[in-house]
Write a protein that binds this ligand. Structure first.
Ligand SMILES: NC(=O)c1ccc[n+]([C@@H]2O[C@H](COP(=O)([O-])OP(=O)(O)OC[C@H]3O[C@@H](n4cnc5c(N)ncnc54)[C@H](O)[C@@H]3O)[C@@H](O)[C@H]2O)c1
Length: 212
């Protein structure tokens, strides 16, 4: 990431831990100012404290909220705008992978990303007084291929990839000043891949694949 992000005002969901936390660290290290949200109040507050000590308390803020709660998400976005003056990079990162809780998984991984994207879109669009900006949505390698292990998670990640790429095709994208990107990371050792027996189907197959 070095050299590519300069003084960006960033709002990111799911930043208390895992990959989201490392993105926040990277943006702050590059001179950005970051507001991150998370449903986990304890870990979120600890992360905020850690980064405030490292990068200064004026540069980072944590907001506890649940991405699946529309009004709370809107409120959090406004709090981020107040802290940052404007959001010029929105990262929709929060997600879960619990196949049994399929409605929650869809609501967080897809509906939440769509909501976050449209909140940022309305804020950034130059034709309505915004300054333009960038929206990065986090998909996965699961968004690029099918898997018997996590059909619901895979479906949401493919939806995120297709939604984001489709928005980027809009004829007025340049006029509105909004750029889109979708990231499809491979497997990383974070909470989303722990206790797999309770999260995915046929967990033994995944464990055997990872061990080979
Ligand atoms: N770890 C991997 O192997 C991997 C691979 C590809 C893509 N991803 C994607 O990367 C992103 C980050 O995942 P991670 O690996 O860091 O997992 P993680 O579980 O460590 O982090 C997810 C974060 O989202 C937060 N969160 C969960 N539900 C929420 C809600 N309703 N509202 C707000 N925040 C909520 C969690 O508290 C947590 O801090 C996800 O989009 C995930 O799908 C992860």
């Amino acid at each position: 990431m070095s050299g590519t992000i300069k003084t960006k005002n960033v709002f990111l969901t799911g930043g208390a831990q895992g990959l989201g936390k490392s993105y926040v660290d990277g943006f702050l290290a590059e001179g950005g100012k970051v507001v991150f949200g998370d449903i986990n109040a304890t870990v979120g507050a600890a992360t905020e404290k850690e980064f405030a000590e490292k990068y200064g308390k004026d540069n980072v803020k944590f907001i506890e909220f649940d991405v699946t709660d529309g009004p709370k998400f809107e409120e959090a976005f406004q709090t981020a705008v107040d802290f940052l003056d404007s959001v010029d990079l929105m990262v929709n990162n929060a997600a879960m992978m619990v196949e049994n809780l399929w409605e929650n998984t869809i609501s967080l991984n897809y509906t939440g990303v769509v909501r976050g994207t449209f909140l940022a879109y309305e804020h950034m669009r130059k034709d309505k007084g915004g300054k333009g900006g960038r929206i990065i949505n986090i998909s996965s390698v699961a968004g690029l291929r099918n898997s018997e292990l996590a059909p619901v998670y895979c479906g949401t990640k493919q939806a995120v990839r297709s939604f984001t790429s489709s928005l980027a095709m809009a004829p007025d994208v340049k006029q509105l000043g909004i750029e889109y990107a979708v990231l499809c990371p491979g497997a990383a050792d974070t909470d989303i891949l722990r206790n797999l027996n309770t999260r995915i189907r046929y967990a033994h197959l995944f464990q055997a694949e990872m061990a080979s």
